[in-house]
Design a protein around this ligand. Structure first.
Ligand SMILES: [Zn+2]
Length: 83
């Protein structure tokens, strides 16, 4: 994890950002109280919201469509669909 100093702590100064071993971080943040843990950047949401198109409509001939309307339009001309 990464910590940010909110007080001077030579050789680090207020505002410095640094990464340490978790043990040293804990010491600086909780015991010495000169630094704070940085918040994790959260960009997972954007990826999840971008594309979730998993439902498809498949014709007997094997072609796939992303809407029932598309499938219906295709089926009118498809040789293998219906009887
Ligand atoms: Zn078809």
């Amino acid at each position: 994890m990464t910590i940010k100093f909110h007080m001077d702590c030579p050789p680090y100064r207020k505002g410095d950002v640094a990464g340490f071993s978790s043990e040293k971080e804990k010491w600086l943040v909780e015991d010495k109280e000169v630094a704070k843990y940085m918040k994790k950047p959260t960009k997972d949401k954007m990826v999840r919201n971008s594309k979730t198109k998993d439902k498809t409509y498949e014709c007997e001939c094997g072609r796939e469509f992303d809407s029932p309307q598309g499938l219906g339009a295709h089926k009118r001309f498809c040789e293998k669909a219906g009887d």
